[in-house]
Write a protein that binds this ligand. Sequence first.
Ligand code: AKG
Length: 309
Amino acid sequence: MHSSTAVEQCLYESAEEARELYIHDVVPRLKSPPTALEFYRHWVAQNRPFVVEGGAADWPACKKWSSKYFREKYGDKVLSVAVTPNGRADAVNNGKFILPEEREMTFDEFLNEMDDETSDVFYIQKQNSNLTLDMPELLPDVVEEISWATEALGAKPDAVNFWMGSARSVTSMHKDHYENIYVVVKGAKEFILHSPTDRPFIPHKSYPLAQYLKTNGTWTVQDISSTPVPWVSVDPANPKYNEYPMYKKAKKITCTVKAGDLLYLPALWFHHVSQTDGTIAVNYWYDMEFDVKYAYFQTLDKLNGLLGR
Ligand SMILES: O=C(O)CCC(=O)C(=O)O
């Protein structure tokens, strides 16, 4: 057998073995949160996601937060919003990886734009702990940290992020180096997930970095750097199987997270996220342990890169 074919076969077999051993077809749904020990032993150590149904249903945020509430209490507050012509921020379009335009505007202005179907697409999605840094007034409505996660992981979250947007905003498939506790406060999110072990079936390419910019009412795409950004090249919501036949072998796991639910999304899991109109969410990013799982994933990623995928 040609050596690259042998390596490919080996990668496929290890992905299949992972499925046989520990990856379920659906994300398990728990009725109550795990203890810190259960969380670490059954979920973090095994790198498996779960949902706690109603895990945050008693948070004041789930009762209070709405467009009306934000307009009344924080209408004048200035926020940083990602704006795009198409709802695809941090995504590949026409052979480039394109960042959104970052615009400062009041909460009121944002809500008007978000509700206007004819306007550009506005999404609060800044992942710099924008809840703690930019909206500390909202903190009493949520929890500062997820107690069982902080106890299990031995550190407070690195970032607590606030997300709000319409069904026109979609987050393209990617992975993060964070243990992610993702809480939907209003609306619903649909996650398309792949285990890191599915990496051999998930095509990547390198794209030049660019950014959307609107000047005098016209959108342009400004090149930022020719240093290529590696990104997932298939759209899992609408895969072009003729272009990426190996993606057929990937095991797509979809998971709906409704208002009041909490998702544990383990580090390195690929995720694509879509949502209903007016969805609000808060997520807690805990730094992952850069342990053997990370080291093996890096090897898997590099081997796939060598095979041109
Ligand atoms: O909610 C979203 O649109 C994306 C969430 C995400 O990518 C994350 O939490 O890492």
